[in-house]
Design a protein around this ligand. Structure first.
Ligand code: NDP
Length: 480
């Protein structure tokens, strides 16, 4: 069956179609997905403008009900849609199901936010004049999402966009169109104006580029790689389009000499290899105090070697395949690069041949690495992590902060003093104490510094900054 795009409120075939295959088993065809043409993009942009005005005028409870229905359906169908997600992306079923459930929570959270849009008022500095400050929708929002969290990332953009009264044009990653289609199918069945929500599947270089260059959009929310993000920002500035970008990172987990060793190893393993290491919050640098280094490394390597790599939907799989042949090739090239830079590959980092043909590799750990090596500076998006040995806390903090990125960082310590100092001095948007660098909530801000993020924060109430524009009204009531 051909899965179509949602264009101006109608399901339409595109100018071509792509095959979507399961990275755990390449003989498994997930489906065929339409690729939108530029005429369709133009048509849906025009309809979105009309639909947005109608949606913004809906009553608060009517909008709230739409978001609540979407969220409830996602949560109720987490098992079914999580299976689909894992089948096309390759993360183990528990992670796929958890992601769909979390996506539902974004919608129910923003359903409640529909009723919490409260402005400010003030007396003017001029007599007998009042000032009313309120937020209004920004208009038509382009959402460009990646494959690694195909449902959750899109949902943490789409839910606030709709909550604050906007229309959405969604260009999902072509690697994971099934999850995009499934979410769109749910949204399309709701009580929304025709054309309020569009799905434009297609490649980033063609339809994505055309979308971000369009003067018909008011804002772009993007998650993906730094080079693509910079290109989108350059295109957006031509039209003075508002942008928000979440990009790569090189997150560090600092393990201090007083850390609970087993906890530290558990956090490192989960942070480094969850989602096959394909997370912007992955723990790709393990900065370890020399006093605990050898004991930590022994347990880390043993834990890495014990990880069960397999088909995403098979019982007991702890790590699935990587998402694509291209990603696998790049990952293996990073293994060679690390070795050529002088790092010691303690385990893993090799192509695996399994019962099903897929993009499998073993999780790898580099030892004796320096922070100036390319494997410690570039985002690999791979099941690979590096240990960097440090002499003390001060050196650990220096290494953690010595990066062009700045999304998340963590410390494992029993010292309140070190934890507090780290929390206040780590230069990242998210800091964790005795917790993994990956795994965040939905009701509080998410975002980073440096090359990791650009523009206002996502999630929680902070999302209002991006998805709205502020209006300041001056009111003179006149004499009674
Ligand atoms: P990209 O940045 O290429 O893709 C992210 C999204 O942007 C996709 O929907 C993509 O579409 C779209 N896109 C690509 N080019 C354009 C363009 N010119 N204009 C508009 N949209 C565009 O990431 P990749 O999927 O190629 O992954 C490459 C690397 O990026 C990873 O190895 C990782 O390092 C990083 N990355 C980081 C993520 C994060 O969460 N921070 C998420 C994903 C990737 P399409 O895929 O259809 O081409």
């Amino acid at each position: 069956m051909l899965h179509k795009n949602l264009i101006a409120g109608d399901w339409l075939a595109g100018e071509s179609e792509i095959e979507n295959r399961n990275p755990s088993d390449l003989s498994d065809l997930v489906g065929l997905y339409a690729q939108a043409g530029s005429d369709q993009l133009d048509a849906t942009l025009d309809q979105a403008r009309v639909a947005q005005r109608e949606w913004a005028a809906y009553g608060l409870e009517r909008k709230q009900a739409v978001l609540m229905n979407i969220g409830n359906e996602l949560m109720a169908r987490a098992e079914e849609l999580g299976t689909l997600l894992s089948r096309e992306e390759g993360k183990p079923f528990a992670e796929g199901k958890g992601e769909v459930y979390r996506a539902g929570q974004f919608f129910t959270y923003y359903a409640a936010e529909c009723l919490r849009q409260i402005g400010e008022n003030a007396d003017s500095v001029r007599p007998d004049i009042e000032v009313d400050v309120r937020r209004e929708p920004i208009g038509v929002v382009a959402v460009i999402s990646p494959w690694n969290f195909p449902t959750a990332t899109a949902s943490w953009k789409i839910a606030p966009a709709l909550c604050y009264g906007n229309a959405v044009i969604w260009k999902p990653a072509n690697m994971t169109p099934a999850s995009a289609y499934a979410l769109t199918e749910i949204i399309a069945r709701q009580d929304i104006p025709k054309g309020l929500f569009s799905l434009v599947m297609g490649s980033g270089g063609s339809i994505g580029q055309r979308l971000v260059e369009s003067p018909k959009i008011d804002a772009i929310s993007f998650t993906g790689s730094v080079p693509v993000g910079k290109g989108i920002a350059a295109a957006a500035i031509q039209n003075l389009t508002k942008v928000q970008m979440e990009m790569g990172s090189k997150n560090a987990l600092a393990v201090m000499e007083d850390a609970d060793l087993d906890l530290a190893v558990t956090l490192a393993l989960g942070g480094a290899f969850g989602g096959t290491g394909q997370k912007c919050t992955a723990s790709s640098r393990l900065v370890v105090h020399e006093a605990i280094h050898d004991a930590f490394v022994e347990k880390l390597v043993a834990g890495t070697q014990a990880m069960k790599v397999g088909h995403a939907l098979e019982e007991g799989t702890q790590m699935g395949p990587v998402v694509s042949q291209q990603q696998l090739t790049e990952n293996l090239a990073y293994v060679d690069l690390g070795k050529s830079e002088g790092a010691e590959l303690a385990c893993g980092g090799a192509r695996l041949n399994m019962a099903h043909e897929g993009y499998y590799m073993s999780p790898g750990v580099f030892l004796n690495t320096r922070n100036d090596m390319r494997i410690n500076r570039e985002e690999m998006f791979a099941p690979l992590t590096s240990v960097i040995k440090v002499a003390d806390y001060d050196e650990a903090l220096t290494v953690v902060n010595d990066t062009n990125f700045g999304l998340t960082s963590g410390i494992v310590t029993k010292s309140l003093a070190k934890a507090t100092h780290f929390r206040r001095n780590a230069r990242t948007g998210v800091v964790t104490i005795n917790l993994p660098t990956a795994g965040t909530d939905y009701h509080v801000p998410f975002g980073g510094r440096g090359d990791s993020s650009y523009g206002p924060r996502e999630q929680g109430k902070a999302a209002a900054e991006f998805y709205t524009t502020v209006k300041t009204a001056y009111i003179s009531a006149g004499p009674v």
